[in-house]
Design a protein around this ligand. Structure first.
Ligand code: GTP
Ligand code: MG
Length: 445
């Protein structure tokens, strides 16, 4: 996420390394670099200029005091300003005190609206809401079917009718939601181009009819400066309440998308980081700024872990580790838990300093498949009692999993090392989370 900006800013900030003071000259030089970094990352020109001015004003006015080096001080200032640029505080969905809360989702064709609707519905259900998805895209032939299928995947109802008028569908959906106690209505609309007046009028009509509590503009992070013009046009007719950035998992410059929120003056509420329905993150300006400056994002990592890790299970695991009873069966379970958290590379990227280190390393999540295949080829008894794994059993497991005896040996050795390591960590009393996260780093198959 924002790798390009991260590289460029790091380069700019290096200027201060070894400098004893912050002077007008070295500030100017670094600011020129920062400016270039933002522009190259596709941040809007006005937004960039304001950013650079703010950093300068702050830096000049700040004395280098105490233990902070000029380099650290400037990073601190850039961080603060980035947080500001990204919207300061996290901004959640505003729920209506008279349910249902109506959330309308709009944006350009193919920006990821329908996918986002499903992601949001799943996310809100986790928080105890009862969402209803509404299929208002009557234009693209397969659109309704797409939303229905997504609804099935996440096991949530989709309101769809034969009706051809999306305004009527949306209004009917709200009546339905009231009747069947669905407290959030998420309206998926057709993709449109801003130049298409008729389509723009249609989305305005839907909005007027249902009077949404939230109107979210879905913006594909991969598109460039056009995003800003488009967002403005949507804002003019819909009064947006927030922005959703999608496809931030790709190798994108992302700067244009960041400018969108500044130009329309509305916060980014969520980011999409993949095609799957789980790939949604709330947008925390502070954390994203840290990520951009290569400081990692441990809080998001911990949250991802917490979502998957259940308290009792974790306690049981801790006991097992202490008693030396951690088995391949537990290992398999842990492996699956971690996989549910997302791609390994993305996860490692949240650790401070790791993002850059891992940038060019390809981590093959399929390596897990091999490990899993080996473990699955063991009998349950063998999994619980790894000591039994003698030569002939290892040969059978290798054959059964389509791997080699060397692969099996390596995994068993790694498992041994890992259980020893975990025991040490457990003695040292590190957090439960770190322990469970320690697992994949030891996998080198
Ligand atoms: N990598 C990645 N792909 C995404 C993300 N969100 C959506 N996509 C993909 O983008 C494509 C378009 O997504 P849709 O949700 O159908 O987009 P849409 O805005 O509803 O499209 P229209 O209804 O045709 O305007 C699909 O292939 C999605 O899987 C994301 O966050 N990351
Ligand atoms: Mg769609």
């Amino acid at each position: 996420m924002f790798e390009n900006l991260q590289d460029k800013l790091e380069h700019a900030l290096k200027r201060f390394r070894g400098q004893a003071t912050i002077s007008e000259e070295n500030i100017d030089e670094a600011l020129r670099e920062i400016r270039r970094a933002l522009i190259e990352a596709d941040v809007n020109l006005n937004v960039t200029n304001k950013f650079v001015e703010d950093v300068k004003a702050k830096a000049i006015g700040t004395e280098v005091k105490g233990k902070l080096l000029p380099e650290q001080l400037i990073v601190k200032i850039v961080h603060e300003e980035l947080v500001e640029l990204l919207g300061s505080k996290q901004s959640d969905i505003q729920f209506s005190s008279h349910p249902p809360t109506v959330i309308m989702v709009a944006g350009l064709q193919g920006s990821g609206k329908t996918t986002f609707c499903a992601k949001l519905a799943k996310n809100l259900r986790k928080k105890g809401r009862q969402p209803l998805l509404v299929a208002c895209d009557v234009h693209r032939p397969a659109a309704i079917e797409q939303l229905k299928q997504l609804g099935q995947t996440i096991n949530l109802p989709v309101f769809a009718t034969e009706e051809k008028n999306p305004v009527k569908i949306a209004s009917d959906a709200i009546i339905y939601a009231k009747k069947f106690a669905r407290d959030v209505v998420i309206i998926d609309t057709a993709g449109r181009l801003t130049i298409d007046q008729e389509m723009m009028k249609e989305v305005q009509d839907i909005s007027n009819a249902v009077n949404p509590n939230e109107t979210l503009f879905v913006c594909d992070a991969m598109i460039g400066q056009d995003a800003v013009t488009t967002a403005k046009a949507f804002h003019e007719i819909l009064s947006l309440t927030g922005v959703v950035l999608t496809k931030l998992d790709g190798d994108t410059r992302g700067g244009a998308a960041l400018s969108v929120m500044n130009v329309v003056g509305k916060p980014v509420k969520f980011v999409g980081t993949g095609e799957k329905v789980d790939a949604l993150e709330p947008f925390h300006p502070e954390r994203i700024a840290s990520r951009i400056l290569g400081m990692g994002d441990i809080l998001t990592l911990v949250e991802k872990a917490e979502q998957q890790l259940d308290e009792d299970q974790a306690k049981k695991l801790e006991q097992k580790i202490k008693k030396n009873e951690f088995s391949f069966e537990d290992f398999l379970e842990q492996l699956r838990t971690i996989r549910k958290m997302g791609s390994l590379k993305d996860l490692l990227g949240l650790i401070p300093g790791m993002d850059k280190a891992m940038r060019n390393v390809s981590i093959d999540d399929n390596a897990f498949n091999k490990v899993e295949a080996v473990i699955l080829s063991m009998t349950k008894f063998e999994r619980e009692n790894p000591k039994l794994l003698n030569g002939s059993r290892r040969k059978r497991i290798a054959d059964g999993s389509g791997t080699t005896v060397q692969d099996v040996n390596r995994l068993i050795k790694q498992f041994d090392d890992m259980t020893k390591m975990m025991k040490n960590v457990s003695r040292g009393g590190k957090s439960r989370f770190l322990k469970s996260f320690g697992l994949p780093q030891n996998l080198g198959m």
